[in-house]
Design a protein around this ligand. Structure first.
Ligand code: NI
Length: 167
């Protein structure tokens, strides 16, 4: 699937909850996993990144390390608790050639459903906590560029414009 990139408007839409995990959703999940694995070093992907405004995320923290697959799917994920602070340099498949240090909760509790509709409760810390917060941000139309100063954001926008002119 095509990965939409900033400043595409689809990335700004608040995604809708999945009400029925039907065949279409299963296909979407398979395609999202394939798209994540085809992308260089992406450890997570949210449905809006492939143009589907549904509350679905997939992730595999091992992907960047070329380790065996450890894929996870979360439908309608929600952060139900969080504590502490962690600062980490993040990148995003939808924000090309950009990274930023972002402060997030160090630990989060996330609830959602797996692809079979079974409720899931995750107590996450470290990379998993960062990854889940980043992907859930996508479902709410938030991107890593939103966390940086207006100055850094405008420099990045100019860089993108120059790039587009070249191509
Ligand atoms: Ni992202």
């Amino acid at each position: 699937m095509k990965i939409y990139t900033y400043p595409d408007k689809v990335l700004r839409i608040t995604a809708d909850p999945v009400e029925n995990i039907d065949e279409g959703i299963q296909t979407l999940i398979d395609n999202m996993l394939q798209t994540m694995y085809d992308a260089p070093s992406g450890i997570g992907l949210a449905a809006p990144q492939v143009g589907e405004t549904k509350r679905i995320i997939v992730y595999d923290l091992m992907h960047a390390k070329d380790k065996p697959k450890d894929s996870h799917v979360l439908i309608n994920p929600e952060i139900t608790a969080g504590e502490g602070e962690e600062r980490y340099e993040e990148a995003c498949l939808s924000v090309i050639d950009f990274s930023a240090e972002i402060t997030r909760k160090a630990k989060v509790e996330v609830r959602g459903f797996d692809r079979h509709g079974k409720p899931v409760l995750i107590e996450a810390d470290k990379m998993l906590a960062i990854c889940l917060q980043h992907e859930i941000d996508h479902l709410n139309g938030t991107l890593i560029v939103d966390y940086v100063s207006p100055l850094k954001r405008s420099i990045y926008k100019k860089k993108l414009q120059k790039r587009r002119k070249r191509h």
